[in-house]
Design a protein around this ligand. Structure first.
Ligand SMILES: Cc1cc2nc3c(=O)[nH]c(=O)nc-3n(C[C@H](O)[C@H](O)[C@H](O)COP(=O)(O)O)c2cc1C
Length: 310
């Protein structure tokens, strides 16, 4: 009997659906025992989000300051054959409940164990995955694969549909040009194929080699245009996060004026990034195709040391 630990946290339930799709083939096998651990912060985060609350989680998310968590229910002494770690991205970082797990003593359950990460976000998961990689490296876990599912639509439509969903709870498409918010149903259903490959690797013992088992299956797609945006934003985010954190703790009124300033900065950054990304796409990126290709290959590889610390 192979044992698989599934760690997950979802706000809208979308990531839970993705996890269900991936684990469906495993649940149907009598040779696999699955343990699901739904992460629960001591104080739940709201959904939909009031605007100030949304911005107020920015500093701690970026600096990966763990929130207080409800006790984890899985048995940390169990030796698992595989861990599936499913997370959503908050401000180019893993969501705070996932940070709460990664920074807990119980995260040692992943030591020497093959791990597959499952990411769900609007479109920017590269930096978050670098942070998760670094945490797993410290814990001694062996990251073998990553599945990244992003929202349907283009960068402009998803910006609007995602914010409408997160702030107003409205998921449905509108005006014919805006698709429903979130990951498409087809992509969620299609994720079952990863579960089939994982099941095969567990049943054949291939998983013990601690090598990728989802190679060539389209588990991740790295968008060249997003690399630059994420790398630049990440550097700025660290500076802002430190300033905001120095201004006060989460929920403290003292940091409110700084949060408003940050909101203005973030809105201008997003507005500037739209025409800038067109310039990069049409003029700059074709000139540095080789360098970009190297970066794409790096980000597509599930393992490899984190570039955040190079
Ligand atoms: C506080 C917050 C910050 C977010 N930051 C990002 C981000 O930096 N990049 C991104 O692509 N999506 C970002 N998102 C979108 C989430 O990743 C998206 O809500 C996720 O797909 C929803 O997961 P769920 O369906 O499991 O609730 C953010 C969402 C929240 C709530």
């Amino acid at each position: 009997m192979k044992k698989v630990l599934v760690i997950h946290y979802s706000q809208s339930g979308q990531l839970t659906e993705i996890v269900k799709s991936i684990t469906r083939p495993l649940l149907q096998s009598k040779k696999i025992e699955l343990v699901f651990e739904e992460l629960q912060p001591a104080e739940p985060y709201p959904f939909p989000w009031p605007l100030i609350k949304f911005i107020d989680v920015f500093p701690e998310s970026v600096l990966m300051e763990p929130p207080e968590m409800k006790p984890f229910l899985f048995d940390a002494d169990t030796r698992f054959d595989l861990v599936l770690l499913a997370y959503q991205v908050w401000f180019l970082s893993p969501s705070l409940p996932v940070t709460g797990f990664l920074k807990s003593t119980k995260a040692s359950v992943m030591k020497d164990v093959p791990i597959i990460t499952i990411v769900n976000c609007r479109d920017k998961w590269l930096m978050a995955q670098e942070k998760v990689k670094e945490s797993l490296r410290r814990i001694g876990g062996k990251l073998i694969d990553n599945v990244a599912l992003v929202h349907q639509g283009n960068p402009i439509t998803t910006l609007i549909t995602t914010l409408r969903w997160l702030w107003a709870g409205k998921k449905e498409g509108f005006w014919k040009i805006f698709p429903p918010a979130g990951v498409s149903d087809d992509d969620i259903r299609g994720a079952e194929r990863f579960g089939e490959a994982i099941l095969h690797a567990l049943e054949t013992g291939e998983i013990e080699k601690r090598e990728p088992v989802l190679k060539g299956m389209g588990a991740v797609k790295v968008d060249a245009d997003i690399i630059q945006q994420e790398e630049v934003a990440q550097r700025n985010f660290f500076v802002w996060a430190k300033i905001l954190r120095a201004a006060g703790r989460q929920g403290e009124w003292k940091r409110l004026p700084f949060l408003v300033l940050f909101m203005l900065y973030l809105s201008s950054l997003i507005l500037i990034s739209i025409p800038l990304s067109v310039v990069f796409k049409l003029i700059i990126n074709p000139l540095r195709r080789k360098a970009l290709q190297k970066k794409i290959e790096y980000y597509e590889k599930p393992s490899g040391s984190s570039i955040l610390h190079k």
